[in-house]
Design a protein around this ligand. Structure first.
Ligand SMILES: *[C@@H]1O[C@H](CO)[C@@H](O)[C@H](O)[C@H]1NC(C)=O
Ligand SMILES: *[C@@H]1O[C@H](CO)[C@@H](O)[C@H](O)[C@H]1NC(C)=O
Ligand SMILES: *[C@@H]1O[C@H](CO)[C@@H](O)[C@H](O)[C@H]1NC(C)=O
Ligand SMILES: *[C@@H]1O[C@H](CO)[C@@H](O)[C@H](O)[C@H]1NC(C)=O
Ligand SMILES: *[C@@H]1O[C@H](CO)[C@@H](O)[C@H](O)[C@H]1NC(C)=O
Ligand SMILES: *[C@@H]1O[C@H](CO)[C@@H](O)[C@H](O)[C@H]1NC(C)=O
Ligand SMILES: *[C@@H]1O[C@H](CO)[C@@H](O)[C@H](O)[C@H]1NC(C)=O
Ligand SMILES: *[C@@H]1O[C@H](CO)[C@@H](O)[C@H](O)[C@H]1NC(C)=O
Ligand SMILES: *[C@@H]1O[C@H](CO)[C@@H](O)[C@H](O)[C@H]1NC(C)=O
Length: 411
């Protein structure tokens, strides 16, 4: 068994939730008999003065410990509330899903204040150890989500600010890790339906903002969701862009029936996806014709307030959806789209934002200053852990969630 020195150090301090800055000093207390884990969880502290990725150790039993901050070499930006006189929002500072994306040993995130893409490399033998590889200008305003296709070696960034709302794409050289603009002739694709008017300010939302960017599983198309504005009965949209030989076809816009505030989009397979909509719950959509995405099943979630984030389990054929104002997670059946059950979150979590699934554990960013670790098997005790991260700093900017799936751990 390959044994990681850093992992053993981290495991030996696993009971402490104290914040540590990244240190390259490995000469302290090693305990080669303590449990080792080569899996890690990440989220973004989208901080207007100094953004960071926070990495956490995932122990073999799925519990989290040892937050470490890694500077993204840029600043964040906190979105302004349309409902609350343009004051900074308390949570959901980017109005998005996918502000942190992990693929292989790559971690991508965005600096919404400095308009840059940050690319980190994950050390697979000690995945809490991140090395910043580069920061690249994203060519737009208020980047809030990122997508990566390993097949195409392509990174695309979504922006929801003024004056440059839209999408920019980059090529990752897998050998040198260099990131360069994909097509200098057509480097920025504007999104027509977003109407942010105040230039170079934090975006105002959640209505009238871009929400999510992602490739379909076969990487034939890039997709973007945008929220409409219920106050003016403006529907949201789902955009698709065909990709052939690393070049883009025309942007296609769909407005699936009855969707207003398209937030997260999560593919089940190339022909089916779930879209969360905080105006009613969630919907399955038919994506088999990406130029004409249609409603397949609309599911109202009773008493929902802000159903914004989603993750899919292929193995269980379940979709887990998170509500910013509810500590519990609603589980949908992937085939029918119907509500199957509810997983109870911990008292005090206040609400649920970005989430990832790893083995039998669901990791959910709380509206409170913490992370819920939930057991999706639905045993007697669904709350495995409620990790208080108050010591890490101001919760306001926390967004996004990614996981490095090591060989060990609860997979
Ligand atoms: C973290 O990774 C970098 C780059 O691979 C390496 O130079 C450094 O020694 C690692 N630090 C630790 C503590 O493992
Ligand atoms: C690493 O730790 C050792 C022992 O505590 C100390 O002597 C050394 O100065 C430290 N090195 C760095 C780079 O912090
Ligand atoms: C090493 O870790 C094991 C397992 O957690 C523990 O029982 C033991 O006391 C530790 N030894 C030292 C020297 O910390
Ligand atoms: C920014 O945060 C990083 C950790 O993420 C820290 O190492 C650095 O000192 C901070 N810089 C400033 C100027 O606060
Ligand atoms: C960090 O940002 C500075 C200033 O924008 C830039 O010169 C430098 O190359 C960046 N470093 C990395 C590793 O991206
Ligand atoms: C954009 O917003 C401005 C200011 O709120 C408004 O006057 C204008 O009608 C909007 N345009 C569209 C196309 O929604
Ligand atoms: C794909 O793009 C490359 C580089 O531009 C070009 O050489 C090649 O002919 C293209 N292939 C097809 C099938 O269009
Ligand atoms: C999209 O597909 C639906 C269902 O097949 C069809 O009724 C509708 O006419 C199509 N719309 C466009 C613009 O092709
Ligand atoms: C895609 O997923 C949906 C929902 O689980 C399923 O009904 C459909 O058969 C799947 N399609 C393909 C081509 O696998």
């Amino acid at each position: 068994m390959k044994f990681s020195l850093l992992a053993s150090i981290l495991a030996s301090t696993a009971s402490s939730a104290a914040v540590r800055r990244q240190s390259t000093n490995c000469t302290t207390n090693t305990n080669s008999t303590s449990p080792s884990s080569s899996s890690a969880l990440y989220f973004l502290d989208n901080n207007p003065s100094n953004s960071s990725i926070v990495s956490l150790l995932i122990s073999p039993d799925g519990t989290l410990s040892n937050p470490i901050l890694h500077s993204t070499n840029g600043t964040g930006s906190i979105g302004l509330s349309a409902a609350n006189n343009g004051t900074p929002v308390e949570t959901d500072s980017l109005f998005s899903q996918d502000s942190v994306v992990v693929s292989g040993t790559n971690l991508f995130t965005i600096n919404a204040g400095s308009n840059t893409l940050a690319h980190f490399l994950i050390d697979p033998s000690s995945p809490q150890n991140l090395t910043l590889s580069s920061t690249t200008s994203t060519l737009g305003t208020f980047p809030n989500a990122v997508a990566f296709s390993p097949e195409l070696s392509m990174v695309c960034v979504l922006h929801t600010g003024a004056p440059s709302t839209g999408v920019s794409c980059f090529k990752l050289d897998p050998t040198t890790n260099e990131i360069s603009v994909l097509d200098p002739e057509c480097s920025f694709i504007p999104l027509p339906s977003i109407n942010q008017t105040e230039a170079n300010q934090p975006a105002t939302g959640p209505p009238n903002t871009a929400s999510d960017i992602l490739f379909n599983p076969s990487s034939t198309h890039l997709f973007v969701t945008t929220k409409g504005d219920p106050s003016s009965s403006t529907p949201g949209s789902v955009f698709s862009i065909p990709i052939t030989n690393s070049s883009f076809g025309p942007l296609q816009e769909s407005q699936p029936e009855s969707l207003l505030l398209e937030f997260s989009m999560t593919f089940l397979n190339d022909s089916s996806a779930v879209i969360t909509d905080p105006s009613f719950g969630a919907a399955l959509v038919d994506t088999s014709s990406p130029e004409n995405i249609t409603l397949a099943k609309r599911t109202e979630i009773p008493d929902q307030k802000a159903t914004c984030w989603s993750v899919y389990s292929d193995e269980k054929q379940e979709i887990y959806v998170a509500d910013n104002a509810n500590k519990d997670i609603t589980v949908l059946d992937a085939g029918s789209g119907e509500i199957k059950r509810v997983i109870k979150g911990p008292e005090g979590a206040e609400g649920s934002l970005d989430l990832v699934l790893f083995g039998e554990r669901l990791y959910v960013l709380q509206a409170a200053s913490g992370i819920s670790v939930l057991d999706v098997e639905g045993g007697e005790e669904e709350v495995v852990q409620s990790l208080d991260l108050g010591e890490v700093g101001d919760r306001r900017g926390w967004m996004g969630m990614g996981v490095f799936r090591g060989m060990q751990g609860s997979d």
